[in-house]
Each structure stands twice: as structure tokens, then as C-alpha cells.
Design a protein around this ligand. Structure first.
Ligand SMILES: *Cc1c(COP(=O)(O)O)cnc(C)c1O
Length: 420
């Protein structure tokens, strides 16, 4: 598709966009001059849907009216509340309903999954992660290695980009596995790397990992609600994600968890347990023997915070209305358009390090700034752009198809242009 650089052209694309009305369903933060800020930070914290407040008030009112009876008699009974989130969540991440559950937070879920799927034995003790993994993932992985009595420096293999490149290549993962595959217990990578925005080929990675005899899991914090993950078809053993980034469910909201159906009834897997993972028919009989629920729900620990789930429900409702396939289609065009506008800029102060093929990325573009000069970021921030800076030298820009429009991209590049 051929794009043009004029503002009118951006407005025309917005007019032709069948999803443009969803912007009205969100609160767009204001800049100090009263105009809409140019919010391109949904990769970090998604915006608040307008209906979230009503959804919350419903549960607050029911709690006020019913007290404990709300567990069964609220308009939306709290006892099975997490089940209201299952279907749309499964659709968004490409899973079967019994493969997903909303519970805990991301890093907690990552640990729970590693308790089950990282089982070092004999010389098979290592974990492969991508270089530049998100710090929390790195800490979690290292502490699991140590917990099993191994040295984390010797047992974490980094899958790195080649010198002069920004993103790791699949053939280099293949080489690692060829050379030391029989020592690898687990591959755990970010489905979409938080820094470069690279979307990995989950199916290929899983195939390579399984062929080498390792388990494979993905951190989908930057994938869920952004790219078409197809978790079931990928064959991955597990995946985890958060819901406050592309899923718009509020700061620190609950996480999601995927367990492939081949493990759904595997009661031999070690796992940390709590009463909410117990067979719900007999949960309140308070028996001594733990009987795990079928599928991902069997990993639940506690009765969940309903008020946080409410916000997830309000957001999922919008995803269901828009249709994830439509969103992804718009996302590809929106990001291609942003990439085009950036390519028309003069000078060499910024360069895009995100892969240029739409199948290898989501909506985020990561701009490396020459000489790691953060002042560029500070000035565009003062001019109403909300994005984020990641050390050492990257500005992450994420036009989100649910609430961002083509004009946002145009305005952002216009601000940038005046600074370059
Ligand atoms: C955002 C993010 C996290 C955050 O973890 P929490 O447990 O939700 O605080 C972890 N890993 C990755 C890859 C992330 O992008």
C-alpha cells in the first residue's frame, strides 16, 4: 500500500477505518494545553475503557447490597467470576478455553509454570532465554535455577543477536540446540521482545525445543492483545502474560496463564497448589486430598480479586466487539504507516531496530537514538507525546489499534520532525 505524508491523508485513513469508533470508548489523557496527548504507550499501560467504571460500580453496589451473598447472588456471581473471562481470552491468545486462566500476576505465574515445567535432571539443567530479556524474567529464571541447587551463571544460555544486529536469528537457536541441546531443560523467551518489538516464531522455537527434549514456554506480556499468538498451535507447554499492557485492564492488574491441553490432566507434574485449583464440586467440603481441576484452572491458588477481574472483563468486552482479527489487520496497517512516515524523515538521529516484516512484529516500533541522546525524548514528551524511553538508547512507540488513529501517528512524526 502506498501512503502519503500529508495530514489530510491521515484524516482520510481514519475516516475509512471501520474500527475508528472504538477510540471514543477510551479516556485519552490530555496534554497540558488541553488537547489530546499523543498516547503511544499502550505497550506499557493500556488506556482506561470508559465502561470500566460502570462495570466496577456494579460489583461495588452488589457487595454493598449483598455482602458475602454476592459470591452466588450478585448480578455476576463472584464464585465463578474468572470463567466470564475465559472465552474471549482464549480467542485473543489462540487457545482452547480449558487451556487458559486469569490468575495472579505475570511473574508469579511464571514461577508457578517453572515449578511444573522446569525439572532439571542429570546433565539436563539449563534454561535458554533471549539476550535482553525483561529483567523480571531473568531474575525469575535465575532464581529457579538456584532453587534447584544449580549455578545460574552456568545454567542460563543467552540466545543473542549477531554482532552488529539487533535481533536474534532462529538459525542461531538451532545451533545452540545442536551443540548443547541435551543439557537444556527449558526454553523460555518473550513471545514479543519488550525492547526490540521482535515477534518470534513460536511454533518453530517450540518444535526445535521439543526435538531437543526440552520444555518450551513463552512470556507473552507484549504479545497478548497485540499479535496473533496461536498458543495452542504453537505447541508450547506454557505461556504467561499480563493484562495491563495491550489488554487495557488497569495498573498491576491480574495475569493470564496458558497450559497446553496435553498437560491438562497430567497429575504427575509437580505443582504448587491452593484451594482454588481444587475440583470446584468438592472445594468447599474442605477435604484433605488435593484433586486438581482439569486444564489451566488446576494451577489456581487463591480466590481471585474480583475488582481487578471486573476491569479485565470491561476491556475484553471491547475486544469481543471489535474482533481480534480486525484489530490485528488495522494494527499492521497503522504500524506500516508509522514506519513509512519515519522513513520519510531526514537525518540519521533515529533508526528503527524493530524487524520490518509485519509478521515479525506487533504494533510497536523501537527507535534507537543516535549517541543515546535522551534529550530528544524529553523534548517530544514536553510537546505532548507519551511514549517511553528504555535504557540504553531506545524510544518505544506503540500505536494501538483499539484507540490510536492515523492522526496520532502523523502528529507524533510531526513533533519528531520539528526536533530533528
Ligand atoms: C511487563 C513485563 C513484566 C512485568 O511483570 P509483572 O509480574 O506483571 O510485574 C514481566 N516480563 C515481561 C516480558 C514484561 O514485558
Amino acid at each position: 500500500m502506498e501512503f502519503k505524508t500529508t495530514r489530510n491523508y491521515a484524516l482520510q485513513l481514519d475516516q475509512e477505518d471501520s474500527l475508528s469508533r472504538f477510540r471514543e470508548s477510551f479516556h485519552i489523557p490530555k496534554h497540558t494545553d488541553g488537547t489530546d496527548s499523543i498516547y503511544l504507550c499502550g505497550n506499557s499501560l493500556g488506556l482506561q475503557p470508559r465502561q470500566t467504571k460502570d462495570f466496577l460500580n456494579q460489583e461495588l453496589d452488589d457487595w454493598a447490597k449483598l455482602g458475602v451473598e454476592g459470591h452466588f447472588h450478585a448480578e455476576n456471581p463472584w464464585m465463578p467470576y474468572h470463567e466470564f473471562l475465559t472465552e474471549t481470552t482464549a480467542e485473543i491468545v489462540g487457545a482452547k478455553p480449558h487451556e487458559v486462566v486469569i490468575m495472579n500476576t505475570l511473574t508469579t505465574n511464571l514461577h508457578l509454570m517453572m515449578v511444573s515445567f522446569y525439572q532439571p535432571k542429570g546433565k539436563r539443567t539449563k534454561i535458554i532465554i533471549e539476550a535482553d530479556a525483561f529483567p523480571s524474567d531473568r531474575y525469575a529464571v535465575a532464581s529457579q535455577v538456584q532453587f534447584h541447587g544449580h549455578d545460574d551463571k552456568e545454567n542460563i544460555i543467552e540466545w543473542s543477536p549477531r554482532t552488529g544486529e539487533h535481533t536474534p536469528r532462529i538459525e542461531d537457536l538451532e545451533t545452540i540446540l545442536k551443540e548443547q541441546g541435551d543439557t537444556v531443560a527449558l526454553i523460555m523467551v518473550g513471545a514479543v521482545n519488550y525492547y526490540t518489538g521482535q515477534f518470534f516464531d513460536l511454533k518453530k522455537i517450540t518444535k526445535l525445543g521439543h526435538a531437543a527434549g526440552a520444555m518450551v514456554g513463552f512470556d507473552c506480556a507484549h504479545g497478548a492483545g497485540n499479535v496473533d499468538l496461536q498458543l495452542h498451535d504453537s505447541g508450547a507447554d506454557f505461556a504467561v502474560w499480563c493484562t495491563y499492557k495491550y489488554m487495557n485492564s488497569g495498573p498491576g492488574s491480574l495475569g493470564g496463564c496458558f497450559v497446553h491441553e496435553r498437560h491438562a490432566s497430567n497429575n504427575d507434574l509437580p505443582r504448587f497448589t491452593g484451594w482454588w485449583g481444587h475440583n470446584k464440586e468438592t472445594r468447599f467440603k474442605m477435604r484433605d486430598d488435593f484433586e486438581p481441576m482439569h486444564g489451566a484452572e488446576g494451577w489456581q491458588l487463591s480466590n481471585p480479586p474480583i475488582l481487578s477481574m471486573v476491569a479485565i472483563r470491561a476491556s475484553l468486552d471491547l475486544f469481543a466487539q471489535a474482533g481480534f482479527e480486525n484489530l490485528r489487520k488495522k494494527s499492521i496497517q497503522l504500524t506500516n504507516y508509522l514506519e513509512y512516515l519515519l522513513s520519510e524523515l531526514d537525518g540519521d538521529r533515529i533508526s528503527i531496530i524493530t524487524p520490518s516484516n509485519p509478521k515479525d512484529r506487533g504494533c510497536q516500533l523501537s527507535l534507537a537514538v543516535k549517541n543515546a541522546d535522551k534529550s530528544l525524548f524529553d523534548t517530544i514528551t514536553a510537546k505532548g507525546v507519551i511514549a517511553d524511553w528504555r535504557e540504553p538508547d531506545v524510544i518505544r512507540i506503540a500505536p494501538v489499534p483499539l484507540y490510536n488513529n492515523y492522526e496520532d501517528c502523523w502528529r507524533f512524526v510531526d513533533v519528531l520532525k520539528s526536533e530533528l
